[in-house]
Design a protein around this ligand. Structure first.
Ligand code: NDP
Length: 282
């Protein structure tokens, strides 16, 4: 059976690093602050926003949640973002998605100051991912990269097969991984015979959104398997895009769901708040 990578333990490692750096900022008279904008009453968004608040508290990061009703006009959301952009005590801004249908998501994402965009959604930060420059990058793909690096997985010269090219995970992850010199194959919904690709992979990364679609018989023995998927399982719980039970018998290392990639995203958003301070200081 393969080694199960403990995402929660890696998240704790990152949280300790963030906590120590927050202390240093406080000694310089700066209290790192994250502001989250939540429009509407999507239960998942409410729960994500709360969890960011809790972790911020633990790490000494100031946190403010701006809750707006579902029918808030787009102009009011943009006005709030503009105010937060101009507020020097606010270092990170994150708008919870999805937004209500009457609000143009792209317009809102573009309104956030790229130097405060801790969710890595602004086109300028997207561009930095491609150009290899330091920017604020989205937490989920970052989490996949951190898991690989902190688990001591060699990437250079290895064959990494990325399943999924979505805007949130797959596409940014492609560029973020490529920096570490693996040979990369990207598969998607039009890929013919997916298993023929995954079977060649030293590293398989799943970012699809289809419960348990990658099974053990689709893997090369000893492969490292990183599962970014979050899906509803038949029993009502959460499961990944990888069929964990069959895959763990073949994989060399594998992330579980829950307890893998998703466990690290809040810690990485707070790490981005610290990176944002550096960007704001130039
Ligand atoms: P998208 O829906 O944007 O992209 C899904 C990708 O999977 C697309 O590229 C699509 O192909 C591909 N795909 C769909 N069906 C198949 C198939 N049968 N075979 C191969 N590829 C297929 O997803 P996101 O990028 O938004 O998210 C990906 C996963 O990550 C989801 O499970 C989501 O829940 C999870 N997620 C996890 C987070 C976390 O914190 N852990 C945060 C955000 C997302 P095509 O491009 O051709 O349509």
């Amino acid at each position: 059976m393969g080694e199960i990578i403990d995402g929660r333990a890696i998240a704790n490692e990152i949280k300790e690093e963030v906590k120590a750096e927050v202390e240093q900022y406080k000694q310089q008279g700066i209290t790192p602050k994250l502001d989250v904008v939540l429009v509407g009453d999507d239960p998942a968004s409410i729960s994500y926003a709360r969890s960011k608040g809790k972790v911020s508290d633990k790490l000494g990061v100031a946190y403010e949640l701006h809750t707006l009703p579902t029918d808030t006009p787009e102009a009011d959301v943009l006005q709030l973002i503009e105010r937060l952009n101009g507020d020097e005590t606010v270092h990170g801004i994150l708008v919870e998605l999805p937004l209500p249908k009457h609000i143009d998501k792209e317009k809102v994402m573009e309104a956030v100051d790229p130097n405060k965009d801790v969710d890595g959604v602004h086109p300028i930060n997207r561009g930095y991912i491609m150009s290899g420059q330091e920017g604020l990058f989205p937490a989920t793909p970052q989490s996949c990269v951190e898991i690989l690096l902190r688990s001591g997985v060699e990437l250079q010269g290895k064959h990494a097969v990325l399943v999924g090219r979505g805007e949130t995970v797959g596409k940014p992850l492609f560029f973020m991984l490529l920096k570490h010199n693996p040979t990369m194959t990207v598969c998607h919904s039009r890929t013919k015979d997916l298993a023929s690709f995954t079977k060649q992979a030293d590293i398989v990364i799943a970012a699809v959104g289809r419960a348990k679609m990658i099974t053990g018989d689709m893997l090369k023995p000893g492969a490292v398997v990183i599962d970014a998927g979050i899906n509803q399982a038949e029993d009502g719980g959460l499961c990944g895009d990888v069929d964990f039970d069959s895959a763990k018998e073949v994989a060399g290392k594998i992330t579980p769901v829950p307890g893998g990639v998703g466990s690290m995203t809040t810690a990485l958003i707070l790490k981005n708040v610290l990176k944002a301070i550096k960007k704001q200081q130039g």
